[in-house]
Design a protein around this ligand. Structure first.
Ligand code: ADP
Length: 334
């Protein structure tokens, strides 16, 4: 990767950070999750104890990291951040756990991707605030118990179903984050536009919100692309026309489907005549990992009624064919 695109990535990440709400009351949408979480946090504060461990489940960009940061901020506690893939051995986890301070919040992103032995160590730490560190190998190996300061684990996963039950059961509260309603995305866009110092028409915000796949991260990203377009081709003001022109340029269609979504639909209808087809076969056809198709593209395609999941595989719905503008074969499955 050249330096310029690395810088651009850093800029995008910095912007994303700048747009994060800091407190629960600034977190838009997900009313139920907000209410439940607020209760959990207030209850714990009242008792003067670290709150129960929290599991956040939901697709990428729906606000899991943001909520983890908010939990720490609301508790006035420091936040430690790590992730499942970063924990390859139980020793990696022991190193993190043994240096936690009392009341600290530990955020483990992609917790379903943690190594199995570390997972087992985590159960014990969550329940008994203890880790057993193995010293030596073979018959002479001994477990040395170490105390862990009472902490709150906030785990995030795009796939709660993949978590082993013993781990899932040790979370006192699980929040399911769903796609956002268009009205919530509009509020997020107006808030972000304010923070970025750009003027956005109501129409433009509605247009961007409608094409954001129910996802705040995508809404904020499209907002930045529309802003680029408005600054280069217009007077910097975001109107519906600039929004439509910019979104067309970046190949985001009227339903918000992006390249990957369309590739999946096109493969499903074109190559597999509407299915049913298995997820991994479909993933190979579009040149992606099955997990990417399952986590990134499929939930929104199912939500929008373009794809149905059946026991025999994925099937294109009549809406999928009409969205692509092609007639389904007479024997199409739906
Ligand atoms: P995740 O961890 O689920 O992938 P993030 O928490 O990183 O998602 O959120 C992605 C971006 O979307 C953040 O920059 C944040 O500004 C924005 N965002 C997410 N949820 C909300 C929300 N409820 N209100 C306002 N902005 C949000």
């Amino acid at each position: 990767r050249d330096a310029v695109s690395a810088d651009a990535d850093t800029d995008e990440r910095a912007l994303e950070g700048a747009l994060r709400p800091r407190l629960l009351e600034d977190f838009v949408g997900q009313e139920r999750v907000r209410e439940q979480l607020s209760l959990v946090l207030r209850g714990a504060q009242r008792r003067g104890r670290a709150p129960d461990h929290v599991l956040l489940s939901g697709g990428p960009g729906l606000g899991k990291t943001t909520l983890a940061m908010i939990i720490a901020a609301e508790l006035g506690a420091p936040l430690r951040i790590s992730s499942g893939p970063a924990i390859e051995r139980s020793g990696d986890l022991a190193a993190v756990l043994s240096t936690l301070h009392e009341g600290e919040v530990l955020f483990l992103d992609e917790i379903h991707r943690m190594a199995r032995p570390a997972e087992e160590m985590l159960y014990v730490a969550m329940e008994d605030f203890r880790v057993d560190v193995m010293v030596g190998k073979g018959p002479g190996a001994t477990a040395i118990p170490l105390d862990v300061a009472p902490f709150t684990l906030v785990g995030a996963t795009t796939r709660a179903g993949l978590l082993p039950a013993p781990l899932r059961d040790r979370f006192g509260f699980t929040a399911h984050m769903d796609f956002y309603a268009a009205a919530d995305l509009e509020r997020i866009l107006h808030r972000s536009a304010g923070l970025l110092g750009v003027e956005v028409d109501g129409d433009a915000a509605a247009e961007i919100a409608g094409r954001s796949r129910g996802t705040p991260r995508i809404a904020n990203r499209l907002l930045r692309r529309v802003r680029d377009y408005a600054e280069v081709h217009g007077d910097g003001r975001l109107t519906r026309d600039t929004a439509c022109a910019a979104l067309a340029l970046f190949e985001v269609d009227g339903h918000g489907l992006d390249r990957l979504d369309r590739a999946v639909l096109e493969a499903l209808c074109g190559k597999f005549r509407g299915g049913p087809v298995g997820l991994s076969t479909l993933a190979v056809a579009v040149g992606e990992e099955p997990e990417t198709v399952e986590v990134v593209a499929e939930p929104f395609l199912v939500r929008s009624g373009f794809v149905a999941r059946t026991p025999r595989g994925r099937v294109a719905t009549p809406d999928a064919w009409s969205h692509l503008g092609i007639a389904p074969p007479p024997d199409a499955a739906f």
